[in-house]
Structure formats: structure tokens, C-alpha cells
Ligand binder design. Structure first.
Ligand code: ARG
Length: 271
């Protein structure tokens, strides 16, 4: 008898605790009701440091922190999944993923099939070469073997110099493999986003690589979150991006990753 009442006491007590837990959660949301935050499937190619890369079995990077902050502002949870570059586009086309973050450049061709958020990062393609290389500009890449990640603006950039279908352009499934090709001597250069090649050269001094820029040959680009066409999330995330531009969260994350102040005014001017 005593045992039973202790048991029922514990049962009631734990139910009370559970109830407290729920009401605490509800206090935080302005919706009032017991509605839980929706978890969105976000896809990426996590082989693109410092934007998205694997740290053990965790995906980390500027894009990850940025996406989490924007999603939080918009009232969503996110599950960021590494699927690889080509599958990112397939998942959005098939509407399997809710959106993608992968240092994805906003351009007209992609805009035909997908919707983009407001721009969140300024980028340009640059050339990674071994120290002492005679490559000093994009034009110097003529008759050189150039490794790129397939289906990126880096591929487009080099095609604009060497011509599409030039057999000297070596295309890889991800940028790490393209850099490995350069390291192994199978290529004379890699063309990829400036931040990625600059970070690589800096963090791998033993490879003795340097970065060459050619602002005339390679234009400025902006990254955006990429949504399936007509996704209702776009408007919500655009609003949230502006909110984290205003409240300083974006600048804080940017500084954590890059050690400098972002040009938020320029990003806003692109909207
Ligand atoms: N910004 C370039 C593009 O959109 C390259 C992006 C590659 N991103 C990645 N996670 N591999 O084409």
C-alpha cells in the first residue's frame, strides 16, 4: 500500500514536472499555443572550408552559423545535411530539401530554376597556384591544366578564359579533390572562391601555394540561400536576414570566422 502511494506520488510529480517543462517552452514563443518549431531539411556540400566542412562528424563553418542564426530569427530549427554539390540541386528540384546553404552564388541561370534569399556574402573567383608559378593572371592559364569543382562558377570562370570543353579543364566532384590534383602535380592551378583558396593557402603552409587574383577576368559574386522555386520560406528568411544585419548578429558571426567587419551596407544595397 505504502509502495503504491509512493509510486503514484512519483507519477504525479513527474507529470507536473513535464507540464512545467512544456509551459516554460511555450512562454518563449509568441504564438502561445503548444506549436513546436518546425525542423527544416537544409542540404550542403561540406567540403568547402571555411563555409561548410566536416569537423569529425559535425558540419561546421560560417554558413552553418549564419544559417542557424537566420533560422532561429525566422522561428525554425534546421537539420543541415551533407549531401554533396550535385545532389544539393537535385534535392531542391525534387523538393526533398527545404533549402540549401553551400556558398552558392546567385546567378541568372540558377534563378531560372531556384529562388534565392537576399545576398549574404561577397565573393569572387581566384587562382590557387604553387609558389614560384609563372601564372600571374587568368590569361596565363592558357595551355595550363586547371582543376575546378564541377558545376561551380569557378568552372564557368575558367571556361570564359579557356573555352568550354577545353580538355585542360579538369573537373572534380568537390573542391578538396581539385586542390589534391594541384598538390599531386596533375594540375597547374585551381580556380575557386577567393575565401576558400585563401584560407587553404594560409592553413596549409607546407603545400607552398599562393593565390593570384584577376579582378578584370573574374567578376564579383554574392552568395544566397537557395530555395525550391516559389518556396514560401524565401520571404521569411529574407526578413530574418535583414533582422540579423540590423541587430549585429551577422557581424558577430562574420567576425568570429573572418576576423574583420562585414560590409553590411554593400550587402543590403544588393537587395
Ligand atoms: N560559389 C561557387 C558557386 O556557387 C562555388 C560554391 C561551391 N560550394 C560548395 N560548398 N562546394 O558555384
Amino acid at each position: 500500500m505504502k509502495k503504491l502511494s509512493l509510486l503514484s506520488f512519483l507519477l504525479v510529480f513527474s507529470m507536473l514536472l513535464a507540464a512545467c517543462g512544456t509551459s516554460n517552452q511555450n512562454n518563449g514563443s509568441d504564438e502561445g499555443a503548444s506549436e513546436e518549431k518546425k525542423t527544416l531539411r537544409v542540404v550542403t556540400d561540406a567540403a568547402y572550408a571555411p563555409f561548410e566542412y566536416m569537423d569529425g562528424d559535425k558540419i561546421v563553418g560560417f554558413d552553418v552559423d549564419f544559417t542557424k542564426a537566420v533560422a532561429k530569427e525566422a522561428g525554425y530549427e534546421v537539420d543541415i545535411v551533407h549531401v554533396g554539390w550535385d545532389p544539393v540541386f537535385v534535392e531542391l528540384e525534387d523538393r526533398i530539401a527545404d533549402f540549401a546553404v553551400s556558398a552558392i552564388t546567385i546567378n541568372d541561370e540558377r534563378k531560372e530554376s531556384y529562388d534565392f534569399s537576399h545576398p549574404y556574402f561577397l565573393s569572387t573567383n581566384k587562382i590557387l597556384v604553387p609558389e614560384g608559378s609563372d601564372i600571374k593572371s587568368a590569361a596565363d592559364l592558357k595551355d595550363k591544366k586547371v582543376a575546378v569543382q564541377n558545376g561551380t562558377t569557378g568552372q564557368e570562370a575558367i571556361e570564359s578564359v579557356l573555352g568550354a570543353n577545353n580538355p585542360n579543364i579538369k573537373k572534380f566532384e568537390n573542391t578538396v579533390l581539385a586542390i589534391m590534383e594541384l598538390k599531386g602535380g596533375g594540375a597547374d592551378a585551381v580556380v575557386a572562391d577567393n575565401t576558400v583558396v585563401e584560407e587553404y593557402a594560409k592553413n596549409n603552409p607546407n603545400d607552398k601555394f599562393v593565390v593570384v587574383e584577376d579582378t578584370e577576368a573574374f567578376a564579383s559574386e554574392y552568395y544566397g540561400l537557395m530555395f525550391p522555386k516559389d518556396s514560401e520560406l524565401k520571404a521569411e528568411f529574407d526578413k530574418a536576414i535583414n533582422a540579423i544585419y540590423e541587430n549585429g548578429t551577422y557581424a558577430k558571426i562574420y567576425k568570429e570566422w573572418f576576423g574583420s567587419e562585414p560590409d553590411v551596407e554593400d550587402l543590403k544595397a544588393q537587395q
